[in-house]
Design a protein around this ligand. Structure first.
Ligand code: ADP
Ligand code: NI
Length: 216
């Protein structure tokens, strides 16, 4: 990596820390930091461009609708920040494309176009899995006032974008509606290997959770 690239990454870190500072819905700065670390190691293992992967990972949740007045306002904030950075137009466009296409949104987005996009999307998905994924799920549910679990409320299947974000939800159902589906949607070999391990851990957790729920 060049010195200029190191500087852009440091500036991106400062910017993202500021944007994510007070978030308590699962998009706090530590999430960004973990995704950036995962993206760097996946990029290494997969032979993807480390600078693009690290930059896109640091910025990937800046336009999130939960942190901005709207998705569009968030995209504008990201674009204007990138415009002020000493990077090629091609890099800028690539990073914007990755961030614009990587979110899960109920599983409705088309596959990522580039290798770097596949790496960053895998990194973000990995942070929704395993022990960290379990913790984030319950923090998110708590922040929304959702119950941990409700055996009378079955997990929803095939959902529209709107249904994915609204409707009656529980933390446990989120595993069946999203998290347990992710391991089969991983893009890279290393990402899939890590996802499988984290998936098994979540299955053990859920198995135990329902047994304890039933008093076993
Ligand atoms: P993304 O936009 O990448 O899909 P989200 O903003 O939906 O991510 O989620 C942020 C974190 O909160 C993730 O760990 C996710 O699994 C969790 N989460 C999202 N929706 C729910 C939900 N309905 N119930 C519990 N956890 C959720
Ligand atoms: Ni994220």
């Amino acid at each position: 990596m060049t010195l200029d690239q190191e500087r852009v990454l440091a500036a991106a870190e400062t910017f993202a820390r500021d944007v994510h500072g007070g978030d308590r819905t699962g998009h706090d700065w530590p999430h960004i930091e973990r995704v950036a670390r995962l993206a760097a190691s996946l990029a290494e293992a997969e032979g993807a461009d480390r600078f693009i992967c690290a930059l896109a990972a640091l910025l990937h949740d800046v336009p999130d609708e939960k942190l901005n007045a709207s998705r569009e306002a968030g995209e504008e904030r990201l674009r204007s920040w990138l415009d002020g950075q000493p990077v090629d137009q091609a890099v800028r466009e690539h990073v914007l494309e990755i961030i614009g296409t990587m979110s899960f949104s109920g599983g409705h987005n088309p596959p990522m176009r580039t290798h770097e996009g596949r790496v960053v999307q895998d990194a973000d998905r990995l942070d929704a899995l395993g022990a960290i994924g379990i913790a984030r799920t319950f923090v998110y549910a708590g922040s929304k006032g959702h119950a941990m679990h409700d055996p009378a409320l079955p997990p929803r299947q095939a959902m529209s974008r709107e249904e994915y974000r609204s409707g009656k939800q529980t933390a446990v159902n989120h595993f069946y509606e999203k998290l347990l589906l992710l391991k089969d949607r991983m893009n890279t070999a290393e990402g899939r290997r890590m996802a499988e391990e984290r998936h098994r851990y979540m299955e053990l957790f859920l198995d135990r959770f329902v047994r304890e729920w039933d008093g076993v």
